[in-house]
Write a protein that binds this ligand. Sequence first.
Ligand SMILES: [Zn+2]
Length: 381
Amino acid sequence: MSDHLAPNSLLAKLDTQPRVRDFLARAVASGRASHAYLFLGSPGSGKLDAAWALAQALLCAEEAIPGACAACDDCVRVARRTHPDVHYYAPESATGYLIAQTRDLLEDVALSPIRAKRKVYIIDRAEQLRANTANALLKTLEEPPESVTFILLGTSSDVMLPTIVSRCQCVPFRPLSTDESTTAVARATGLPPARCRMAVAVAGSPARAVGFLKSADRQAARRAMVRAVDALAHADEADILASAKELMGAIHAPLAEVKSTQQAVLEQNQDYLSRGALKQLEDRNKRELNARERSGIMEALASVRSLLRDVLIRLEDAQDAPVNDDVRDVVERIASDTTTTGVTLALDAVSLAETRIARNVTPQLAIEVMLFDIRKALKCP
Ligand SMILES: [Zn+2]
């Protein structure tokens, strides 16, 4: 089946999950795709990549090509994650999805597609749909409008509401080892395995790692994070505040391109879209920017966590290969100045920052506090 897919389509690139790829390609080609899928698998197994790949195959304007042509306007927009008919949702509060989010989603479902023949809703971390937010969704999940596909993502059906699971077609994803992910990224990019391994650690899944390696801005944000931690040993309060600010600037840099694409799409559509549809587009843009900002922050936190793990490996003389090969000098410097206890406490500070951001503490504040905590932790005897 994979032989028939356009090589540049997102589905074809799903080679770490060949069963899922073939299953989805067949479903789309036969015109019998389900109206609600539940992708189940551990973090990093590529569920979100698969969701975008399925969205592309469903929206592609080129009917004659199985999967997606990867060349039509709809395909290109989905690949850039700027298609106005693909809606991505993630929980907006620490306790899960907000009632306002599901309400917004349901209002949106009722509207017709803006430019493609279908609309796709990707609902990330669907285990965080609690009874109060999920009930409104159940009826729509059972009988969605003809032109709507839901793709829910979750880690395991055990932690999800059974009423949701039973309304979706479940697609299991196998867990990927770091080596498998690294090999997949190396194959896709042609870059040395050490770089690919670092990218997987920072970005989380093979496809996101490929995107990371193609983005100078995202790599610059990781370097800014490494620099900030490297400088902590000799940093005073003002230095830390300045580097947190610089870091936020670096995290926001990749958003500029997203914003200008969004603005262009809005201007193209301004004249012929109804006010309701324009509002829908603007809301979608806002959500997209929030999601991108959040994933940038998570990448920055993953960068510091990965760096600190290397320091720990170095201090413990463990056999594991270091991940941040390109900044070995930084790992050495930090290791020479701290202890195993210090690094362990510093890793706790990273987790705490993650929790704070999930609880809606502003990212800049959470990162400032994290840098202060790491500085203190690394000085632990
Ligand atoms: Zn296409």
